[in-house]
Design a protein. Structure first.
Length: 103
């Protein structure tokens, strides 16, 4: 009976030693895994930041393009209004000349 008890104690110690060694092995891997996880988070954050930066640049470029288009359109409208005013004056002069009988 005593040999059986000793064998049980030896088995328990053997299991305890195996559990301890596994725990040590896992503990040694924790810093490595933490470093990998940190690098993955950094890369993910960097990728998101770059994507957001690209979107902001695209929006800014779009805003610049919109401003340029608006400016060009306003210049074109002003030019057309000036031409229309000149043509209106010429048309009024022509009609008046026709009414008076000069043409």
């Amino acid at each position: 009976m005593e040999e059986q008890r000793i064998q049980e104690i030896l088995d328990i110690e053997k299991n305890a030693q195996a559990i301890y060694e596994q725990a040590v092995k896992e503990a040694e891997q924790l810093p490595v895994q933490a470093e990998k996880d940190a690098q993955a988070l950094i890369e993910k954050a960097r990728a998101q930041a770059e994507e957001e930066a690209q979107q902001l640049i695209a929006k800014a470029k779009s805003a610049e393009d919109s401003a340029k288009i608006t400016s060009d359109a306003e210049e074109n409208i002003h030019r057309i209004e000036t031409q229309a005013a000149n043509n209106f004056h010429r048309a009024v002069s022509y009609v008046l000349a026709r009414v008076v009988g000069k043409e």
